[in-house]
Structures are given as C-alpha cells and as structure tokens.
Write a protein that binds this ligand. Structure first.
Ligand SMILES: [Zn+2]
Length: 207
C-alpha cells in the first residue's frame, strides 16, 4: 500500500482530486466537506481511490456522496463560498498609510484576546463619504472608505471605525419584531470600551 496524504483544500468549486506522485497518493478534498459525516467522507475517498485504480465505483457510495452534495443546505453553503472565492479582489487591506489587517490584528489583541477570526479586510474602491465603513456578512468582509487612508487621519479614528465593524461581527443584527436592531444595548456598551471614542466621533463629524 502506498503512502497517502489527504488534505482539505479551499477549492473555489466542489472539487476533490487524487493523484499519484513518486509513489505517494495525494488527495485533496474540498474544505466544504470538512465536518461532513464520516460515511460521506468514506464514500468520496472510495470514489477517488476507485478512479485512481480504474476500478468500479460502488453504487451505494456513489449515491451517498451524490445525496450529500445535492442537499439544499450544502448547496447554499457552496453558493456562498463561490461568491466569496469567486469575487475579484481589486482592492485589498494594504493602503498607502494604513494596513487594515494590522489594525484588525492589533484591535483583536487589545479588545478580544486575539480570539476573533479575521474577515477579509479591504479598502473601498472609491473615496465614499456615504459609507465610512461597513461589515458585509454575505462576504465576511469589512470595508473601510479610502478617505481614511491619509496621513492627516489619526490612527484612533480608523481604529474606531474598524472596532465598530468588529462589534457588528460579534453582535449579529437581531430582528426585534420587524425592526432590525443594528446597535443593540450590548453593542453600545462594548463600544464605550474604546478609549478615544469621543475624539474619534468628533473627528468623523468634522470630516
Ligand atoms: Zn454600525
């Protein structure tokens, strides 16, 4: 039996690959299958190994895998991943003066014990004053308006914007009746922990 190396891989689509290299069998499974029930993983591995050795695929395994991949909740997940990974990222976190990922990491250490998973961080494509910053849950992205990427913008102002969006990540929008409660009481309490809250707010007002 050859050596096997099996890994989950962030493919854009639901891909699973197998190949033989220098006597080792390399398997890459879509990371969408991470957490799939064991019989499903067994089924896909059976299918891949059968393909590699040109053996017949067991119809029971083939059906089990098909059922899992065709399941509506799985399809929804796949659709979301495709949106995120398929999207062209013209912008990025690295500005002329500030690096958004560094700001996120720093705030994460200071306020969240480094426990928050970093979403995609990007500068906006334009110099919008309408939207200074927002968190987009569909794409798990924090977008900050490019007008803040200037030397005359104090670091605390940008930190406040990012901190505010991080709180949106932590406090997902609740529906209260039919009203969306965007900044709940807990949200506002936590926002007050930011030391230069007042300075930041007045800076944003004068912008
Ligand atoms: Zn907000």
């Amino acid at each position: 039996m050859p050596d096997f190396q099996v890994r989950f891989f962030p493919f854009k689509h639901l891909n699973n690959t197998i190949r033989m290299r220098e006597g080792r069998v390399l398997v890459r499974l879509s990371d969408l299958l991470e957490g799939a029930p064991q019989p499903v993983l067994y089924a896909i591995l059976h299918i891949l190994v059968a393909k590699l050795y040109r053996k017949e695929i067991d119809p029971g395994h083939a059906a089990r895998y098909r059922r899992h991949a065709g399941n509506p909740s799985f399809a929804a997940k796949l659709h979301l991943i495709r949106q995120v990974r398929g999207r062209k990222r013209i912008e990025g976190p690295d500005g002329k003066h500030y690096h958004l990922e560094q700001i996120f990491d720093d705030l994460n250490q200071r306020f969240f014990h480094g426990l928050m998973a970093r979403p995609l961080m990007t500068w906006s494509g334009n110099h919008s004053r309408q939207s200074l910053g927002h968190y987009d849950p569909a794409h798990n992205t924090i977008v900050v308006s490019r007008i803040f990427d200037r030397p005359n913008v104090p670091r605390y102002a940008i930190e406040y914007l990012v901190y505010h969006e991080m709180l949106h990540l932590r406090h997902p929008v609740k529906l209260r009746g039919s009203r969306r409660c965007v900044h709940s009481r807990e949200f506002q309490q936590e926002e007050r922990l930011f030391p230069q809250l007042e300075e930041a707010k007045s800076f944003l007002k004068e912008l």
